[in-house]
Design a binder for this molecule. Structure first.
Ligand code: ZN
Length: 272
């Protein structure tokens, strides 16, 4: 299977190490995204422990602070305080030049969403980090896409950007709109910043988003499952039996889900 799953929460799925092997054997490539400190540690542990096996060939990682956790970060409630957290995030990012930043962003369902609030501050800091280190930025947005665009611009994102650091593997840090749900205006604004847009099954549900996808050149499109705990709940519900979920079951459902997203996204003729 040649399609790349651009956003997957490996550490939130059962038996992640066995799953990594299973996915490798099936040629399923993905980016393992970690949203908060326990997940950073889990992904880093799996990766470091098993990278010599070749199970992560063609895969990637991303570490960041999700808006769901932003308010707690500001309160210094995690791992001894915000300083330690930013230092640890930087260490993880610097340990592998191919690692991306995020997921980071805004979500109106969580504390600190208001304009200028803690979610925005935590997002801005990660946008700046992505620019400084020359990394793509995985963006989560449930709410105001316009504000995301504004913060990206203010942080310095632009099309054709060159990273200042010569050791960086990515010379043009790009915003990656994960589980994209914006409209045509956001697509145009995002493209002006060199953005990539990642298509999830949910992306295809909203008419305005579906229509906006026709404006995106093929090379700016990605596909994803965003598989996490809720993915497994769905798997359990659809099976309707009490049998234990195996890594093989998860792998098959990931393949089916990703294939289905790609199939339902029918490219328009004018797209290159
Ligand atoms: Zn996610």
């Amino acid at each position: 299977m040649a399609i790349f799953d651009s956003h997957l929460h490996l550490a939130r799925l059962p038996q992640p190490l066995e799953l990594a092997r299973e996915l490798h054997e099936r040629d399923y490539r993905y980016r393992a995204v970690a949203c908060e400190p326990w997940e950073w540690k889990a992904v880093d542990g799996i990766w470091t422990g098993a990278s010599e096996t070749g199970w992560f060939e063609g895969c990637g990682r991303s570490y960041g602070l999700h808006p769901m956790i932003a308010a707690q970060v500001a309160e210094g409630a995690i791992n001894g305080g915000p300083e330690d957290l930013w230092t640890e995030l930087r260490r993880l990012l610097e340990s592998d030049p191919n690692t991306q930043v995020g997921e980071a962003g805004l979500d109106r369902r969580y504390a600190g969403y208001e304009p200028g609030g803690v979610q925005e501050k935590v997002f801005r800091k990660q946008a700046e980090m992505a620019l400084e280190l020359g990394r793509d930025l995985q963006i989560h947005c449930v709410g105001d896409y316009g504000r995301i665009i504004r913060v990206l611009r203010e942080a310095g994102f632009a099309a054709g950007l060159k990273c200042a650091r010569p050791d960086s593997s990515i010379k043009r840090p790009r915003p990656v709109f994960h589980r994209f749900g914006g409209d045509a205006g956001i697509v145009k604004a995002g493209l002006s910043l060199g953005a990539l847009f990642s298509i999830h099954a949910d992306t295809l549900r909203k008419k305005a988003t579906r229509e906006a996808l026709a404006l995106i050149p093929r090379e700016h499109l990605l596909f994803e499952t965003d598989a996490d705990e809720s993915f497994i709940e769905t798997l359990v519900a659809t099976r309707g039996s009490g049998d234990a979920i195996t890594p093989q079951d998860v792998a098959v459902m990931l393949e089916d889900t990703l294939r289905d997203v790609v199939a339902r996204f029918s490219p328009s003729p004018q797209r290159g």
